[in-house]
Design a protein around this ligand. Structure first.
Ligand code: ADP
Length: 230
């Protein structure tokens, strides 16, 4: 059974069809990259899968449960996490405490282990508000990992991050995969996600236009054309 199954999702905003019959499945422990030009429906898809936006038609099943009408917190309670594009740490708390409160059952050494994974162990006792934007993003990823999600959705993890830190994001995603988490990443940096995704899903105009191995999808003429036309 797939971990996530979306069937025939349709979402319209006024005259715009943001999702036009999107059907897809995500399997356990796999890393998926969703690519596509601006306005192709990627964010709307994540919003529907996490309950923030209700579809006009279609359904979402998570581990066999129909969650289509569930609010976001109830979907989250199934072990669904999300790393938003704009990180929102507790700015006045330390980096360490930000991770510790994400999952109070973690031991001190487990918290430090997560900080080490994203290269923030040297910042553990600084206030989160003092970190750079890229470091705050890494902290957000460590917080998501602390919760040990079954499924993790990531909105553009490399956006606004210094390329020198990409490797740390990559390490965190690989660690999640090793733990059996299904990771779904929206990403503009196609080269970055090609390295880590098991499967790539290309969207254009609210539809899935290609799906498969990253090296095949990125060479697909329809995918190339969707970017050139945008
Ligand atoms: P992407 O994430 O691929 O850039 P989006 O899902 O953000 O695409 O947007 C898909 C389309 O839906 C775009 O045309 C966008 O303008 C429109 N859209 C998304 N959210 C809203 C909204 N809340 N209200 C009106 N239009 C929206």
């Amino acid at each position: 059974m797939p971990v996530v199954e979306a069937r025939g999702l349709v979402k319209r905003f006024g005259g715009v069809t943001a999702l036009d019959h999107v059907t897809l499945t995500f399997d356990e422990g796999m890393v998926y990259a969703i690519i596509g030009p601006n306005g192709s429906g990627k964010t709307t898809l994540l919003n529907v899968l996490t309950g923030y936006v209700k579809p006009d038609a279609g359904s979402v099943h998570i581990m066999g449960k129909d969650v289509t009408k569930w609010p976001p917190h109830r979907i989250a309670s199934l072990g669904v996490g999300r790393v938003f594009q704009i990180p929102l740490p507790f700015r006045t708390l330390t980096v360490y405490d930000n991770v510790a409160i994400a999952n109070p059952s973690l031991s001190g050494s487990e918290v430090m282990e997560l900080l080490r994974l994203v290269g923030l162990e040297g910042k553990a006792w600084e206030r989160a508000g003092r970190l750079s934007g890229g470091q705050q993003k890494l902290l957000e990823i460590a917080r998501a990992l602390a919760k040990n999600p079954k499924i993790l959705y990531m909105d553009e993890p490399t956006a606004g991050v210094n390329p020198g830190l990409f490797e740390r994001i990559e390490n965190a995603i690989r660690e999640m995969k090793e733990r059996g988490t299904t990771v779904v990443i929206i990403e503009h940096n196609v080269r970055f996600v090609s390295r880590i995704a098991d499967e790539m899903i290309a969207m254009a105009q609210g539809r899935v236009i290609a799906r498969g191995a990253p090296e095949e999808v990125t060479r697909d003429p329809r995918v190339i054309e969707s970017y050139l036309g945008s």
